[in-house]
Design a protein around this ligand. Structure first.
Ligand SMILES: Cc1cc2nc3c(=O)[nH]c(=O)nc-3n(C[C@H](O)[C@H](O)[C@H](O)COP(=O)(O)OP(=O)(O)OC[C@H]3O[C@@H](n4cnc5c(N)ncnc54)[C@H](O)[C@@H]3O)c2cc1C
Length: 389
């Protein structure tokens, strides 16, 4: 992999990248096709990732994490996704959507109880905003939490929850005051082993098939008020703040998928012959490689830049919404472009399940959809630029 001149990695960065690469290539790459086929959750490798500190990379050690910076997280996630984007999806949700949210908004007792368990890899975390009738437009959600003494009673159906069937804890976003739309959403930390919590329909998916995704259903689920994350009505702000971090994770995932597809294509273009020469000598193929490489390096710059922007806010405060959205938008469209070209360069073998190329192509598509579609990223970026809503 080439380095960008702008980013010189520290010894610590090189170490985590190498550790993630070794682990991913040795333990994940050989099983990726099998888990893609079965759609089973890869519990053993995820557990090992927890033991290596990959499930709470940026969480301070006092709360069970590895205490590293955002660039370390990005580098590790990129390597994991180069081997398998499903493992990456599980890692990304755990780190960005669960741990980051708790780190930023949870009370100290909540951090001690829930963050420690998830960041150390002993428990799995999930994030549940989407509903069957509410995706990009969260203000229309139908699930409800009604205050009842020192509890809230939750009813409703949430959809598309990554790690939903296996999560021990879920950060749930639900309505406490529907009249207020976005401002009526409240966040809660949910324990999934309590009565009233059910795993619903498993979502049948095109890609990232080994990341368990399902509906979750609440039937008179009683959550103690002390499990509320932030104040009543603060849920939408929490959800969006957390997605800023999540989008850097998805950009890293896209980058990893694109790199894997590019490296395989480069090798194939040099080895595969047609009309008496390596196919990479045909300008039609060579120019594809040039475009793939260039877009990957541009995506890398945006993604690492977003990581540095997030790191800066740890000291100075503020948001990194613009950097995260631009990185996610560009890296995900790069992953789609590169994997599409990779299938073409591999010809029939690109379409075959004997090689991972078609899996990269299927996996790449999700990066343009979840944690805000490409259209939503363009909305976020343009609104920040114009100041118009
Ligand atoms: C595999 C997978 C895993 C997921 N994991 C999670 C998870 O862990 N937690 C969670 O909460 N959610 C999760 N999601 C849900 C995901 O975040 C949503 O699917 C996504 O935000 C889009 O919402 P939607 O599917 O309802 O599409 P819609 O919002 O219905 O959008 C449909 C189309 O309309 C476009 N559109 C909508 N509004 C606008 C607009 N204002 N301007 C222009 N175009 C617009 C969209 O871009 C899209 O092309 C997951 C989804 C998938 C597929």
């Amino acid at each position: 992999m080439s380095e960008t001149a702008l980013f010189s990695l520290t010894e610590e960065h090189e170490m985590i990248r190498q550790a993630a690469r070794d682990f991913a290539q040795k333990e994940i790459a050989p099983i990726a096709a099998e888990f893609d086929e079965t759609g089973d959750f890869p519990s053993k490798t995820i557990k090992k990732m927890g033991e290596m500190g990959f499930m709470g990379i940026e969480v301070p050690e006092e709360f069970g994490g590895a205490g590293m910076d955002t660039l370390s997280y990005v580098l590790a996630l990129e390597e994991i996704c180069k081997a398998d984007a499903s493992h990456g999806a599980i890692m990304s949700v755990n780190n960005s959507l669960f741990c980051y949210g708790l780190l930023k908004f949870a009370s100290d007792p909540q951090k001690q109880k829930y963050l420690r368990a998830v960041a150390s890899g002993q428990a799995i975390g999930a994030y549940s905003l989407t509903e069957p009738m509410s995706g990009s437009d969260a203000g229309t959600m139908r699930s409800r939490a009604v205050r009842d003494g020192d509890h809230y009673v939750i009813n409703g159906r949430k959809s598309w929850v990554t790690s939903g069937p296996v999560a021990d804890y879920v950060v749930l976003f639900t309505m406490t005051d529907a009249d207020k739309k976005h401002h009526g959403i409240t966040a809660f930390i949910i324990e999934t082993d309590k009565p009233g919590f059910h795993v619903g329909k498993k979502e049948p998916k095109l890609g990232i098939r080994a990341s368990a995704t399902s509906e979750i259903v609440f039937e008179d689920y009683r959550v103690p008020a002390e499990n509320r994350l932030g104040d009543e009505g603060q849920g939408f702000k929490i959800a969006m703040t957390v997605l800023d971090a999540g989008r850097i994770g998805i950009a890293s995932q896209a980058l990893g998928i694109a790199e894997a597809a590019y490296e395989a294509s480069l090798l194939y273009a040099k080895e595969r012959e047609a009309f008496g020469q390596p196919i990479g000598q045909f300008q039609g193929v060579a120019f594809k490689l040039a475009d793939m490489k260039t877009r990957i390096e541009a995506a890398r710059l945006l993604t690492y830049n977003a990581a540095l922007a997030k790191e800066k806010t740890k000291k100075s405060g503020g948001r990194f919404t613009l950097e995260a959205s631009m990185a996610k938008l560009f890296a995900s469209e790069t992953a789609m472009f590169v994997t599409h070209e990779a299938v073409q360069i591999h010809g029939g073998m690109g379409y075959s399940r004997e090689l991972p190329i078609e899996r990269y192509f299927r996996d790449a598509k999700i990066t343009e959809i979840y944690e805000g579609t490409s259209e939503i990223q363009r909305l976020v970026i343009s609104r920040l630029e114009t100041g118009l809503r």
